[in-house]
Design a binder for this molecule. Sequence first.
Ligand SMILES: [Zn+2]
Length: 102
Amino acid sequence: MKVPKAIKRLCPYCKKHTEHKVAQNKKRAASSLTYGSKYRARSRGKARGAGNLGRYSKPAVTKFKMTGKKTTKKTDFRYQCTVCKKTHMQASGIRAKKVEFV
Ligand SMILES: [Zn+2]
């Protein structure tokens, strides 16, 4: 999929069509300190000692049958208005194997 680096789009802040810079949002690594995580509890002084804290062990997500089945990713474009410098997101992504900015 070829995407232009800059396109004219409606800016919801300026409330008119302006030139926008297009960029693909980069996926950030998931944090291991999420609310219910064992590591969060451990870092806060809870969950001491050995054992699985009453949790049932399950295999890693990558071991599940359905993971990694899709060969394409949805695009997640960020549009930055060149007038007010504010950024807004693409409403819904389009499936594409590769995104190329031209
Ligand atoms: Zn704007």
